[in-house]
Write a protein of this length. Structure first.
Length: 551
């Protein structure tokens, strides 16, 4: 029996063992799919009210030449602390939102674009109706009201468009912004703050000669994901930070559509992380480099103490391999070994994907030591308490919920063999409210598949197409239980494996070809539909998305 048949059989057994084999959602949920407008609710008493708008705008990305046509979020505070919204002038990125744990937030969102849109608060644990599910997209001219309590601990998240089959293009045009949350636990620590607490949003874009954004060319790029020619940090090219001789907190977010970064210094000095996707770590983690896939965050403790005034440090994305299909990597002369420098606008070997090849070395930003000071805080050895979840906490230790990743059929990457469906879940996606589950994310072995067109392409085709997927789950954060690499691309894996942070809370995890990642995720507080998907935004829009029904 082929492994696929085995898998189907297991699925079947799971279905029949599950409660009702109802694959359609309860009527009440279906009814909501048509209710696109929403009003403020009388029984929710917000501490903070914000008015949000998205519209067409022009942003000065380059110092020379015309401004760039973008989509832009604007926001202002109607009620609550004024610093809840920090607008970024002359930037396509949305304003930075500063939330405090426990605050009740109400957001009035007005869509002034010419297409539908919806906002998702990535990393925040909020009710279904305020989570930015694509079913709640509003049409031009409409308003949607989000209401949620900030349940998250101190950390860095972000918000972005989650519009059905338009997430990639809307985020690409600018619909994303940072969220910073603080809480009492964090306030007790003497962490770098104010001017020493700096966002670092990484994105890649391509432009034409008139400074206008260009997007995908051709099907191949959609399947692999968009890779830009130009690296932007906080919405600007050639980013240079002027820093003093002390410690900083840099909140790094990978806001790219599909580019994976391997953050590191050019001289090999290790990096220190103090936080991940969903907040501070228990204690700082030091590694030679950090892998950062789309949707992931890492908070860096960067200490420039002792550096000479006038000197400069360059942070790179270091060469790595194994994230792309084997065919792609062969064409880019990679197989475990690094590549040359590929930076620069419209530079490099762009023939394949029209962008800086995935895995090549390029400059992210430079840090210019501009002033000597002596007030540096020291790195705390302990940050916050994080209860470690183990298999004893879950109710399905021997029967993990599978998330099987598959790149076939071409143009339709899938999860558990299925594409996204707005109003369906299958029994294995029905989870009891309050439960804690083990989930196993792995690459489906396509090699032995003997039906359809796949058989004709020979045994290795599925494996040849296999690539890394950053898997994001909405709702509550999870912990990584284990990582296992059983695939054949071990040499390539060796170029990335030391850069994963498996401590702390996560909401997005990069799963390399041949790798299996087990996570433990609580499903508490809120009933309803919560998406899980590949955060390669091209994959997401191609349907590599499903949802859990928590009930
Ligand atoms: Cu950042 Cu469902 O997304
Ligand atoms: Cu999300
Ligand atoms: Cu993917």
């Amino acid at each position: 029996m082929s492994s696929t048949t085995n898998y189907k059989r297991r699925q079947f057994l799971q279905y029949s063992a599950g409660a009702a084999a109802a694959s359609f959602l309860p009527q009440v949920l279906l009814a909501q799919t048509n209710t696109v407008k929403s009003r403020a609710s009388a029984n929710f008493h917000p501490d903070v009210e914000i008015e949000f708008t998205t519209r067409n705008a022009f942003a000065p990305i380059f110092q020379q030449g015309p401004k760039t046509a973008v989509f832009k979020y604007n926001a202002h505070v109607l009620k609550g602390p004024q610093n809840t919204v920090l607008p970024l002038k002359n930037n396509y990125l949305g304003p930075i939102l500063n939330f405090i744990k426990g605050q009740k937030i109400r957001i009035y969102f007005n869509n002034k674009l010419d297409e539908p849109s919806v906002i998702h608060w990535h990393g925040l644990h909020v009710p279904q109706k305020s989570d930015g599910h694509p079913m709640y997209a509003i049409q031009p001219g409409e308003q949607f009201v989000y209401e949620f309590e900030v349940k998250n601990r101190a950390g860095t998240s972000f918000y972005h468009s989650h519009t059905h089959e338009r997430t990639a293009t809307q985020v690409y045009k600018g619909l994303a912004g940072l969220i910073q949350i603080t809480d009492d636990e964090e306030q007790k620590l003497d962490l770098p703050s104010g001017e020493y607490d700096i966002p670092m949003v990484l994105q890649d874009r391509s432009f034409n000669s008139r400074n206008q954004l260009t997007y995908l060319r051709g099907m191949r790029n959609r399947v692999m994901g968009f890779l830009g020619e130009q690296i932007l940090v906080n919405g600007k090219p050639n980013m240079r930070f002027d820093v003093k001789t002390r410690a900083y907190r840099f909140r790094v977010l990978n806001g790219s559509n599909s580019r994976i970064y391997k953050l590191g210094w050019e001289d090999g000095t290790p990096l220190i992380a103090m936080g991940t996707d969903a907040g501070l770590l228990e204690k700082p983690v030091s590694k030679p480099y950090f892998m950062l896939a789309p949707g992931e965050r890492v908070e860096l403790w960067l200490d420039f103490s002792g550096r000479k005034v006038g000197s400069e440090l360059v942070m790179y994305s270091l060469p790595h391999s194994g994230t792309m299909p084997m065919m792609y990597e062969r064409m880019h002369g990679r197989g475990g070994m690094g590549m040359g420098m590929m930076g620069g606008r419209r530079g490099g070997m762009g023939m394949m994907s029209g962008g800086i090849p995935q895995g090549s070395k390029f400059k992210i930003a430079s840090f210019h030591i501009s002033k000597k000071v002596t007030d540096s805080p020291t790195l705390p050895s302990h940050l916050v308490n994080i209860p470690r979840l183990t298999e004893r906490d879950v109710d399905n230790a021997n029967n993990p919920i599978p998330i099987a990743l598959r790149m076939m059929p071409i143009m339709s990457p899938r999860l558990n063999g299925m594409s996204f469906s707005m109003n369906r879940v299958i029994p294995l996606e029905e989870v009891e409210l309050g439960s804690i589950k083990k989930i196993k994310i792995f690459h489906e072995q396509m090699g032995h598949m003997g039906r359809g067109g796949m058989g004709m392409m020979g045994g290795g085709m599925g494996g040849m197409m296999s690539m890394a997927h950053p898997i994001h789950l909405h709702g509550q954060q999870y912990q990584v239980l284990s990582r296992k690499m059983t695939g054949s691309r071990q040499d390539a894996y060796a170029t990335v494996k030391d850069g994963f942070i498996n401590e702390g809370w996560k909401d997005t995890v990069l799963v390399m070809p041949g790798e299996q990642v087990e996570i433990i995720k609580p499903f508490q507080d809120y009933k309803g539909l919560f998406l899980y998907h590949c955060h390669n935004l091209e994959h997401e829009d191609l349907g590599m998305m499903r949802q859990f029904y928590v009930g």
